[in-house]
Design a protein around this ligand. Sequence first.
Ligand SMILES: Cc1cc2nc3c(=O)[nH]c(=O)nc-3n(C[C@H](O)[C@H](O)[C@H](O)COP(=O)(O)O)c2cc1C
Length: 189
Amino acid sequence: MADTTSEVKVLGFAGSLRKSSYNRAALQAVRELLPPGMTLEICDLAPIPLFNEDVERDAFPAVVAEFKERIAAADALLIATPEYNYSIPGVLKNALDWASRPPGQSPLMDKPLAFMGASTGYFGTSRAQYHLRQVCVVLNMHPLNSPEVFISGAASKFDESGRLIDPMFRNSISKLLQALQEWTIRLRG
Ligand SMILES: Cc1cc2nc3c(=O)[nH]c(=O)nc-3n(C[C@H](O)[C@H](O)[C@H](O)COP(=O)(O)O)c2cc1C
């Protein structure tokens, strides 16, 4: 996986399947804000089936195997999560559950990552992000602690084309990306 240079390859995914998702739009904003040396690939979680241990045993889905390979090839992950009922959406949890399987073969293990999230509410996915942080414990991932990006009131932070137009949040995302780059390089040791 990780190379030894200062290049950092990031795989990003959003926990929303909605075409006009603010979280997908926030990942698109990342493309405009990448620091030198960092690249971003975006992965769509829509094709990932619902986890079923019978399917895992009998016919591990090719789409999940490919998802795992893309995670393994990335130096770091960037997850943009909505908040559903104070937690992460099932779509995101399901994708992480698949990626964690089978036991002992999880490409998530030891992976640096950062989160951000956009919600239409006041708290900007903070509760969901703290649940996600808890999931990272069992997955043995290394989430960045700071800065945190909680895009609240998302409906007024993006324009009609889905571009993030809020300067404060654009600046927060830039800082998050720089910190993720430094964190990833630091963890390479
Ligand atoms: C099932 C469901 C539960 C939700 N629960 C919350 C919530 O707990 N907190 C919150 O701030 N927004 C909540 N929302 C509103 C989402 O923030 C809003 O739909 C947001 O646009 C979803 O992200 P997306 O634009 O990336 O799809 C909820 C929406 C749905 C569909």
